[in-house]
Design a protein around this ligand. Structure first.
Ligand code: ANZ
Length: 811
């Protein structure tokens, strides 16, 4: 028939492409390598609108790069370990493995209907033993280098998920996954030493990451340069961390975090009851609550510390605005120059002592209302008086204090080592065995993978299900061959996604984690796309992992990504996040059934600037649907009916080539919505041209051919259908992206404003190369302009080609 019916050809093209291996990556080192990757999904069971939005546009971009002659690798897999599989096992008695692989099969099917150029022969799942084997190998290599270590200490514990969490997985005091308030527990756990790379991770080099991602990572790492200062206390020396050692002479009291180890030892019997009550109260609050509380709370311990310079006795307090996890968990309070300390001092009547004063300024009044945090010179500071305060004098002060042995320069980081142990089943077993004689030993590489047993007993009792598996636990010590016991925890699933991008380069390699040669050619990833929610966790861990790989000799790069871009979010029609509970979910499969894949693809590119996103407009999809129907008709049949249009070859070639230039630029900068709108505009021009004498000429043929090629990345099925219906035998997707005819793409006329004595009075359309005389003649002939020239003497004629015409008259 002559009507657009995508259902008649979309699936059959997908089948023919697959049979022909059209998208199987054909490595061709003679072409420039291009690695495009979109963050792989978790196999939750269903590809939703967010997935489609995330994958469709990057697919169009990858297709465009391929047509531009690049050696494009565009793979996909599944981030398949994690809690939901295990929770399905606990709740519904399903086998986590079967549940996961079934979801992967279903979602792969949905993925294939999207019509992407993903090379499915490279697919792997992180729960495949062939993959997690290498997680284990990396872990043992890190262990040997001291980058993986076990340590006891306070950890974040999610009481609902019954497992520990990394700091990065605690958002505003709550479990990142389930939203439950996180508790603290004392446990011995495995850590990866990301702090070793803290300084390096602050350097992004040439990596083009969105500014906000860089800022979030920088803040997360939280580097602070300062000093440690020692104070004598009845419970021994207490060291505080300060970024302002220059204000030491203004320290009037010390504050310890409620969880600080010395609290008990410093509390006097008179204060014991009050201190204990306060510590209990603080324990129930999150760090965020504690730090954002407007009203400062605290209690005096009853003890005093000795100021290292003046020997003054400073009261020691406990307050929850001091965090146990940062610095040393205690501070010297300088109320005159720190806002938090000031509020605290005012509330509890503690001394405020000014030590920084604006040059030539007045002394701080006794009833000052706030701390002075500006610049100035040191006052009331004895031997340091007159030194410029702030950063400038820090070194001088620290140098003098270190001579006396009471301070040292010190840099701290907010970043903590990455806690990777999880007390869960569905993850990579930690490849460590414990021998009574030789302690913790890494499992030798030739014994990897340590396989996750098929069966497990799920009792979410806060310990790994593997703990009850005696067969799994039994091991031998690689040193003495004696009996040993396996670690029963599994790794945080963020380990899996930290290096999966390397595995795609040679996914079935059996002899090594990664193919070093392919890594050299394809990494860093040219364009990595995904959600902003991964700004810290996943991207930071990947940047860390790449540096570890570099130090293991697997790559020479330090950064895994050349360019990272985040797509926006498609909201429900009600502007709320799409979710089952809100009942505002739009199912892409339903849309595909109704409109076909190409229409859905087009609409998802057209709906909003891709990096911004926006609400789903239920009627909006009709626009793309009608457009594609028009495109289909445009390519078929005879000259269009209706009155003849007056169009020249130049008009048509201008429309086609200027659109080509625009679309190319838009692909380059990921402006997908304007690509679609440009193609829609071009359709309007060509519909007109079909009624003009250009129809049927070589110019018409060229126009359709180029338009067809431009459609290929956006609507791959329709483009292929039109292409082959036009008699072509090779796939449209094997064609080169056409070159712009620059001459044709530039109009030779230009519209200029005409001013009379500096005021715009009209417009003229003249040739870009018009002479002064031609320009003036055209301008004077313009009726709106002529009116203002009438009877007046010309003083001056100004013509700036391409910009302006100005006729200056007298009177
Ligand atoms: C004295 C001082 C005087 C400070 C002054 C600041 C201004 P950043 O920049 O975030 O690293 N501090 C140290 N450890 C803390 C903890 N565990 N909990 C809460 N606050 C803590 O902040 C470093 C500053 O925060 C340190 O410098 C310390 O206060 C406080 F005019 O020491 B300062």
């Amino acid at each position: 028939g002559n009507r657009y019916n995508p259902h008649a050809f979309e699936v059959s093209w997908q089948q023919r492409w697959e049979a022909a291996g059209l998208y199987t990556f054909q490595d061709d080192p003679s072409r420039p390598a291009h690695y495009a990757l979109t963050m792989f999904p978790y196999p939750s069971g269903n590809l939703h609108m967010g997935h489609w939005y995330a994958y469709v546009a990057p697919d169009a971009r990858a297709r465009w790069m391929r047509m531009n002659g690049h050696n494009v690798l565009f793979p996909m897999g599944f981030d398949a370990f994690g809690l939901p599989a295990e929770n399905a096992a606990i709740k519904r008695g399903l086998d986590p493995r079967a549940w996961t692989y079934q979801n992967i099969a279903d979602m792969t099917g949905q993925f294939k209907r999207m019509g992407t150029m993903i090379d499915w022969s490279r697919q792997f799942n992180t729960c495949d033993p062939e993959y997690y084997r290498w997680n284990q190998w990396f872990f043992t290599e890190m262990f040997r280098r001291g980058l993986a270590y076990k340590k006891g200490g306070l950890v974040n514990w999610c009481p609902k998920d019954q497992t520990v969490l990394a700091n990065e997985q605690v958002v505003n005091g709550h479990c990142e996954r389930c939203g439950t308030a996180v508790e603290r527990r004392e446990l011995s756990q495995w850590y990866l030493k990301i702090t070793e790379y803290a300084d390096e991770l602050l350097e992004f080099g040439d990596a083009d990451l969105p500014e906000r991602v860089k800022t979030m990572q920088t803040n997360w790492i939280g580097k602070s340069v300062g000093a440690e200062v020692d104070f004598d206390t009845p419970a021994g020396v207490e060291t505080v961390f300060t970024t302002r050692p220059d204000t030491l002479m203004g320290a009037t009291f010390l504050v310890l975090a409620p969880e600080h180890r010395k609290v008990a030892a410093l509390t006097t019997p008179e204060q014991a009851a009050e201190v204990q009550a306060y510590v209990e109260l603080a324990g129930g609050k999150t760090d965020v609550d504690r730090q954002s509380a407007t009203e400062k709370t605290g209690v005096f311990t009853g003890s005093y510390a000795t100021h290292p310079i003046t020997g003054h006795q400073l009261p020691i307090w406990i307050a929850d605005y001091v965090l146990v996890t940062y610095g040393t968990g205690s501070i010297m309070a300088v109320p005159a120059h720190d806002g938090r300390d000031f509020d605290f001092a005012r509330k509890f009547g503690l001394e405020v002592r000014e030590v920084i004063r604006q040059e030539g300024g007045e002394a701080m009044p006794l009833d000052a209302q706030e701390a002075y945090t500006g610049e100035g010179v040191l006052v009331n500071s004895g031997e340091f008086d007159g030194l410029p305060g702030g950063k400038a004098s820090i070194e001088a002060v620290v140098a003098r204090l270190s001579e006396r042995g009471v301070a040292r320069a010190k840099t701290t980081y907010r970043l903590r080592d990455w806690l990777v142990s999880r007390q869960r089943y569905w993850g990579t077993p930690i490849p460590i065995v414990y021998c009574a004689e030789h302690g913790a030993q890494p499992v030798p590489a030739d014994q990897l993978p340590v396989r996750l047993p098929d069966q497990a007993t799920f009792t979410p009792a806060g310990q790994s299900p593997l703990k009850t598996d005696e067969v799994f636990k039994a091991a031998t010590c690689p040193v003495c061959g004696g009996p040993a016991e396996r670690d029963t925890d599994t790794m945080d699933t963020f380990v899996d996604s930290s290096w999966y991008m390397y595995r795609f380069l040679n996914p079935h390699l059996d002899s090594a984690a990664v193919d070093v040669d392919a890594t050299r050619r394809f990494m860093p990833i040219d364009l990595y796309t995904g959600g902003i929610e991964h700004a810290i966790l996943h991207l930071l861990y990947s940047r860390f992992w790449t540096r570890v790989m570099r130090d293991l000799g697997l790559t020479t790069q330090s950064e895994p990504f050349k360019v990272v871009r985040n797509q926006g979010i498609i909201l429900g029609p009600d502007q709320e996040k799409m979710s089952k509970s809100r009942g505002n979910v739009i199912d892409p499969d339903d849309l595909v059934r109704e409109y076909g894949v190409d229409t859905v693809r087009t609409y998802l590119m057209f709906i909003a600037p891709w990096e911004v996103g926006g609400p789903w407009d239920p009627s909006g999809i009709n626009g793309p649907a009608k457009w594609l129907a028009r495109v289909y008709t445009l390519f078929s049949g005879d000259r269009a009916p209706g009155p003849a249009e007056d169009m020249t070859d130049g008009d048509v070639r201008y429309a086609v080539h200027s659109t080509l230039a625009k679309v190319s630029g838009d692909f380059e900068r990921l402006s997908f919505n304007t690509i679609v709108s440009s193609l829609m505009e071009l359709t309007n021009v060509l519909v007109k041209a079909k009624r003009s004498r250009v129809f049927g000429t070589p110019v018409w043929d060229e126009a359709l051919r180029l338009f067809n090629l431009m459609l290929a990345p956006v609507v791959p099925h329709l483009a292929e259908e039109l292409w082959q219906a036009g008699g072509e035998r090779d796939s449209v997707h094997l064609q080169a992206w056409p070159a712009v005819d620059v001459q044709a793409a530039t109009r030779d006329t230009v519209t200029l404003g005409v001013q009379v004595s500096g005021k715009v009075r009209g417009q003229v359309s003249i040739s870009k190369t018009a002479t002064q005389a031609e320009a003036m003649a055209a301008a004077r002939a313009e009726p709106g302009v002529a009116k203002f020239l009438d009877g007046k003497d010309t003083v001056k004629e100004i013509y700036v080609p391409g910009k302006i015409i100005n006729i200056v008259v007298k009177g």
